[in-house]
Write a protein that binds this ligand. Structure first.
Ligand code: FAD
Ligand code: SF4
Length: 511
């Protein structure tokens, strides 16, 4: 009697019930497959980090006495899909039962259901024991109406008793310190170094290349600076808590050419592949506040991201799939400019955010939302293409978290399920939050005009976007200010702005 248990690459949760006691009648199977490397073109560092973390996890399981069958990308007997490999390994070991954890992605759940049906064995599906909210409950709660994140987050604080006072209210008297969390970073305090030292994964990279996997971005295989084990992930968490958390909230919305992460944690990859549990990350932040090392506003700002946003978007994803994947409420169909894949644009903000993403597989939230996402939104790019770009380029990109952030929060393609208004901004926003505009070929102050320093494309595109979608947004109270400002603008100024936008939209590739 052998039970075959499948462990996916983003299920590296050493604390899972499965791994408590080694069992002679259980064979764990892990596999690196082309069906996963090829459904979208991933960043080279994502493939490297995932495979390295999976291999380290398999080795740790074996060391602890578990039985593991591991299929490497280049193995000659690797049949390169979940279904084919499962059938092969089940036959090899004479499996009498198949078990798996819930997959986080809708696509993978379907693939595994099909694979399990083809195996024809009795099967069991168990939770991944990672998230703080129950998936089925969330999907049911969000099926008809999705609450605003803020209310979901308050509920999560209460349910999990996090940052509450003795009466069950929020410590500090308020739930939200966002108003204190919007500073531009002047360069001081210095931003901490990248949390991880490099791994030499050159041999693994050779295997990936030899297998013919196509990737984007720079591999940096000789010095890959992402955590590939729980020990490294824990060390990164400790460094974040000590050096960055004290300023996390204050500079949460800041962007700079002088630092990649600023005071962000860089923990999303470790969290999403489950090397870290969200509760331990939250507890570490709260403990730092309790010890007086971090102000409440900075601690709460960080907790909100994990207890609030991360759990919330997962709920939206599972409540709204599969329809969510094709939502296009703003009817956007323009192709994403080719320079999204090279960084070759004269717009300094986009050039920097894209070049950094290609180089590291990372950009922090405001770079994703207000630079790359904002441009695609203003230009009316097709959310399918925007989704594919985000799903490929970031080391932490898994559909359950990428898609609601991209289609929902950033592109408003879900018609307002996640965001109560579109995250659209012009050069004034970028200039306020970053040092990008200083080195730009465009003039952030101008709405139109090509003589001298040409007008920043974001300015005219911003107004064009608002006008294109006036019927949808003009009555939204959160959008009242810009529509009033537009109404007050001189007719000649309005006409010049819109014709500038039309000229830019005609030649997006050349911007
Ligand atoms: C267009 C777009 C696409 C995104 N795609 C992804 C993605 O594919 N994978 C991903 O993990 N995050 C995604 N995010 C959310 C967020 O940008 C990243 O989680 C964050 O930048 C990761 O960097 P960090 O670990 O330094 O985060 P920090 O700023 O240090 O935040 C701490 C943690 O909170 C969580 N978190 C923060 N914001 C969000 C959010 N909006 N949704 C869910 N979790 C959040 C992450 O786990 C993160 O590690 C996306 C955001 C946008 C706007
Ligand atoms: S001027 Fe415009 S394009 Fe240039 S960096 Fe500023 S916002 Fe970006």
């Amino acid at each position: 009697m052998t039970t075959l248990r499948l462990i996916l690459g983003d299920q590296l949760n050493a604390a899972h019930t499965w791994f408590r006691t080694p069992r002679a009648d259980v064979l764990h199977v892990m596999m690196e497959v082309r069906s996963e490397t090829d459904y979208v073109r991933h960043h080279a560092q994502k493939v490297l980090a995932m495979f390295a973390a999976m291999r380290a996890f398999a080795t740790a399981l074996e060391t602890a006495g578990h039985r593991v069958r591991y299929l490497r990308i280049g193995d000659t007997d690797n049949r390169q899909s979940f279904a084919a490999n499962l059938a092969q390994v089940a036959a090899e070991c004479g499996a009498t039962r198949f078990e798996r954890m819930e997959a986080d992605e809708w696509r993978v759940e379907r693939l595994l259901d099909e694979a399990a049906a083809a195996l024809g064995l009795p099967q069991g599906v168990i939770g991944s024991e990672h998230f703080l909210a129950d998936r089925a409950e969330l999907a049911q709660r969000f099926a008809t109406k999705v609450p605003r994140m803020e209310f979901f987050y308050r509920d999560m604080r209460r349910r999990h008793r996090i940052l509450l006072d003795a009466d069950g209210g929020p410590v500090g008297g308020v739930w939200n310190f966002d108003a204190q969390n919007r500073d531009k970073w002047p360069g001081d305090p210095p931003a901490p170094d990248w949390p991880w030292r490099g791994h030499d994964l050159s041999a693994l990279w050779d295997e990936i290349v030899a297998a013919g996997v196509q990737t984007i971005g720079t591999p940096h295989a000789g010095t890959l600076r992402w955590p590939t084990s729980r020990r490294e992930a824990r060390a990164g968490l400790a460094r974040f808590i000590e050096h960055a958390l004290p300023h996390f909230g204050t500079y949460q919305d800041a962007m700079s050419t002088r630092s990649t992460t600023l005071f962000h944690s860089g923990l999303s990859f470790a969290l999403n592949v489950k090397l870290l549990h969200p509760r331990e990350v939250i507890d570490a932040a709260v403990a730092a506040w309790q010890a007086g090392k971090v102000e409440l506003a900075n601690c709460e700002g960080f907790v909100r991201q994990i207890l609030g946003w991360r759990e919330f978007v997962r709920g939206v994803y599972w409540a709204r799939m599969p329809g969510y994947a094709t939502a296009n409420a703003l009817d956007a169909h323009r192709p994403l400019p080719a320079w999204y894949w090279s960084g070759d644009t004269k717009m300094a903000c986009l050039r920097h955010a894209i070049a950094q993403s290609l180089d590291t597989g990372y950009a922090h939230h405001i770079q994703r939302l207000m630079v790359t996402g904002n441009f695609a939104l203003l230009a009316g790019c097709d959310p399918d293409e925007v989704d594919a770009w985000y799903l490929g380029i970031y080391i932490d990109a898994f559909e359950w978290v990428e898609m609601p952030n991209t289609r929902g929060m950033s592109q408003f393609a879900d018609g307002g399920v996640i965001a109560s208004k579109p995250y659209a901004g012009a050069a004034s926003y970028i200039g306020k939050q970053s040092d990008y505009c200083k080195a730009c070929a465009y003039d952030p102050k101008r709405r139109h005009g090509a003589s001298g320093k040409p007008a920043c494309p974001l300015n005219s595109l911003y107004w064009d976007f608002l006008l294109r979608h006036e019927a949808r947004f003009a009555r939204n109270p959160r959008m009242a200010m810009p529509y009033k400002a537009w109404a007050k603008m001189a007719p000649t100024e309005r006409a010049a702005t819109l014709s500038q936008a039309a000229r830019y939209l005609e030649r997006l590739e050349a911007l």
